[in-house]
Write a protein that binds this ligand. Structure first.
Ligand SMILES: [Zn+2]
Ligand SMILES: [Zn+2]
Length: 213
């Protein structure tokens, strides 16, 4: 019997024994990623950690690189508090999945105050946002006028480059294309230049910036 024919692609090779790691739906309530080496190896990753479902990409990074590259938001502790962390496999604990709480590498420097800009749940924002650090409000909102700003785009913006034109959407639901850039004349907010200068400006462009976090 050829069991492997029905199987999905392996996530990667087991960091313990080198056998392929597969998602197996019949383990536990929601399945698990397990090593083909079976019980002798015992390598396993649960698809949910601290009440948060892991994206397949994060599981793949854990298996292949031993750690996730990005901060994952939305974990919940036992007392219900939300927290963000990266994950890694701890070889000292039989390759168990553990949290990493050090700050991830900053994605750039704040054009307002020069502090680090870091990945936050809703923005790429200045690390010195707390009042005791100066209360800097610089942020590149991940949802900028309906466009999902990627980390690479945020890096480019912080480098002083223009991004786009990208597909945007006004609050009224009209789509339009705009080039994004950081405007030093306007408190280093992300500003938009519209591709078609003949077109009327979208009705409510300013309202599309969410205020605060
Ligand atoms: Zn294994
Ligand atoms: Zn700042």
């Amino acid at each position: 019997m050829n069991e492997t024919a029905k199987r999905p692609d392996p996530v990667g090779l087991c960091p313990k024994c080198g056998e392929p790691v597969y998602y197996v739906a019949t383990i536990g309530k929601a399945g698990a990623y397990v090593c083909d080496g079976g019980r002798e190896c015992g390598f396993l990753i649960w698809p949910e950690v601290a009440h948060r479902k892991l994206p397949p990409k994060a599981v793949e990074e854990l298996v292949v690189d031993g750690q996730t590259s990005k901060l994952l938001h939305g974990f919940r502790s036992h007392d219900g508090k939300e927290f963000a962390a990266r994950l890694r496999l701890d070889p000292e604990q039989d390759n168990k999945v553990v949290f990493v709480f050090e700050d991830p590498a900053p994605i750039g420097k704040c054009p307002e105050c020069g502090a680090d800009v870091v990945d936050k749940p809703k923005s790429y924002g200045c690390a010195h946002w707390k009042p005791e650090n100066g209360g800097c409000g610089f942020a590149i909102w991940k949802d900028t006028a309906g466009h999902r700003v990627t980390e690479d785009e945020a890096k480019a913006l912080l480098d002083g480059q223009e991004v786009g034109p990208v597909e945007c959407r006004s609050k009224a639901g009209k789509s339009f294309r705009a080039t994004l850039y950081i405007d030093p004349q306007d408190g280093h907010r992300v500003a938009m230049r519209f591709e078609d200068h003949g077109a009327p400006a979208p009705d409510d462009e300013d309202d599309d910036y969410p205020e605060g976090e």
